[in-house]
Design a protein around this ligand. Structure first.
Ligand SMILES: Cc1cc2nc3c(=O)[nH]c(=O)nc-3n(C[C@H](O)[C@H](O)[C@H](O)COP(=O)(O)OP(=O)(O)OC[C@H]3O[C@@H](n4cnc5c(N)ncnc54)[C@H](O)[C@@H]3O)c2cc1C
Length: 506
């Protein structure tokens, strides 16, 4: 029988989504010893299924979620500075549909949105003409005016990986794929049992636990940690589709529907600062009861999204145009709201301990946008148990790869050092890895030095970096989470890559 490994630590974080990795990074930078475990892959659940926006959430103003919107808008500025490679400004156009929300309401909402953001580097909202303009050229003739406002786009899954890697570089242990199946209080410590797919086990002995299991937060509380809980979670499914580019321009659309819901049409698959190849459309809001691992978009949702888009754009789409789709569930804090779209988007933290010791803190809800402030609050709440802990620094420390003056400066530096590098590849690498791109390209003098090409400028050097540095252990992880190369590679290229990957992992 193989010997069982035991790791001792201050803080044990369960879940490798945006919140778990955010907490692990924050705690590590404050001097705590941290272990994080993830059952499948980093960002394998909700954190790779978002609308990929760093935003206040204009529509949440209608639910009077002013506190949340303000926190998220302020955080937008912080994240833009910390991670200029992963986050870029995005201009939204809201076409005015006469029979839906009145102009005064939209104007008031946008004014409030800008006001809550406070001092901002992004352009403020304004009225825009849609007839004969770039902003309106893809739309049907019914729309003559609209409004524009600012938010940002983000690579959600890469932000998760950047957090995990940065936590690791600062001393955290990241264990994956390892599922936590049991945690008990024994001799003044939490004793957690982790297991992987080969039935290898690891024991983690910790002074505190953070339950960042997202959609599984309640299951973890009741079945793994066996602790009491006053809170429950509501799972709300949201789905997206990706189609070939529907309109020219690098702006996004926020579209109102007759049922009161809104849907985004977002430029996706950027190959340069302004040029993109796809349109990402989402999202729906549906109550969900099934297994959070097995969540899929239904045909009904696909028709809903296509019908809405066809009511706005000249170019029509149908289910046959969909080249990729994904769905995820929001693990929302259950405030007993009736409609899925009305449940609070505020996060909720629940802390339990035993006579001032052995805390376990469970995270309900949250947004990609607010992961850093959420993580700060989580670690702040653990201060009484770790009085020697240093103050939070994540507001100023750049995200991994974000230590640059600007994305433009990084692109210039890349062009100077690797003059042979294709501009599309340079843009993709810079926006995925930031300054870590130099660890991939190293001293390469031509594309031949990057090794085998698997298609769409994806070379062996990058694939090896993903395996060796980013815990990448499957084709899916490589082409749908660490990158979105799956959108470009054809079936035989995917097969060749899978064969190569199998050889590398053996
Ligand atoms: C459709 C949709 C659109 C969204 N759009 C946006 C947006 O545009 N902007 C925004 O800011 N937010 C958005 N959100 C919200 C955001 O995506 C989520 O709030 C966030 O990703 C939740 O992250 P998490 O870390 O809590 O959960 P998850 O990402 O689900 O991570 C939890 C992890 O825990 C792991 N795990 C579970 N149990 C165990 C165990 N026993 N042992 C080990 N690991 C375990 C899982 O494998 C999983 O990886 C959206 C959400 C949805 C669903």
């Amino acid at each position: 029988m193989s010997e069982q490994k035991t790791i001792q630590t201050d803080l044990f974080v369960i879940g490798g989504g945006i919140n778990g990795t955010g907490v692990a990074l924050d705690a590590t930078l404050r001097g705590l010893d941290v272990v994080l475990c993830e059952a499948e892959d980093l960002a394998s659940a909700t954190s790779s299924a978002s609308s990929k926006l760093v935003h206040g959430g204009l529509r949440y103003l209608e639910q009077y979620e002013f506190k949340l919107v303000k926190e998220a808008l302020k955080e937008r500025e912080v994240l833009l500075k910390k991670a200029p490679h992963l986050i870029q400004p995005l201009r939204f156009i809201l076409p005015h549909a006469k029979h839906l929300r009145p102009v005064w309401m939209i104007k008031a909402g946008l004014f409030l949105y800008d006001f809550l953001a406070g001092k901002m580097s992004l352009d403020k909202s304004k009225k825009v003409a849609l007839k004969g303009t770039k902003e309106g050229q893809g739309l049907i003739d019914d729309f003559s005016v609209g409004f524009s406002y600012s938010d940002c786009r983000i690579d959600d899954a890469r932000m998760v990986v950047a957090n995990a890697k940065q936590a690791q570089e600062n001393g955290a242990k990241v264990l994956l794929p390892y599922r936590c199946i049991e945690a008990k209080k024994i001799d003044g410590l939490w004793r957690a049992k982790l297991i992987n797919k080969e039935n290898e086990t690891i024991i983690v002995e910790a002074k505190a636990i953070v339950n960042a299991a997202g959609p599984w937060v309640a299951q973890l509380i009741h079945e793994v940690l066996d602790t009491p809980s006053k809170s429950s979670v509501r799972l709300i499914k949201g789905s997206h589709i990706v189609v070939p580019k529907m309109y020219e321009g690098d702006h996004a659309y926020i579209l109102q529907n007759k049922d009161g819901r809104i849907v985004f049409a977002l430029p996706y698959g950027f190959v340069s600062k302004t040029e993109n190849q796809f349109t990402l459309i989402g999202t729906t809001d549906v109550n969900y009861q099934g297994d959070p691992r097995d969540v899929h978009i239904s045909d009904k949702e696909k028709h809903y999204l296509c019908d809405l888009i066809n009511g706005y754009f000249k170019q029509k789409i149908s289910l046959q145009d969909i080249i990729w789709e994904y769905a995820g569930v929001r693990p929302l804090y259950d405030d007993k709201a009736k409609k899925a779209s009305e449940i609070t988007r505020e996060y909720h933290l629940e802390l339990e301990d035993e006579h001032g010791k052995l805390p376990v803190l469970s995270i309900f809800g949250g947004k990609i946008t607010t992961f850093r402030t959420l993580s700060k609050k989580v670690v702040d709440q653990l201060k009484p148990y770790f009085p020697e802990m240093r103050p939070c620094v994540t507001d100023t420390v750049p995200t991994l790869g974000g230590d640059m003056e600007s994305l433009d400066q990084l692109l210039i530096a890349l062009n100077r050092r690797y003059q042979w590098l294709d501009t599309k590849l340079a843009y993709r690498l810079a926006t995925a890895y930031g300054t870590k791109v130099f660890n991939i390209l190293e001293d390469a003098k031509s594309t031949a030095d990057l090794g085998q090409c698997f298609g769409h400028y994806f070379y062996e050097a990058e694939a090896k970096y993903l395996i060796n540095e980013e815990w990448c252990h499957s084709l899916e992880s490589m082409i749908w989470r660490r990158s979105k190369l799956g959108l470009w590679l054809n079936p035989s290229q995917k097969q060749a890559l899978e064969d190569w990957l199998k050889q590398q992992l053996n």
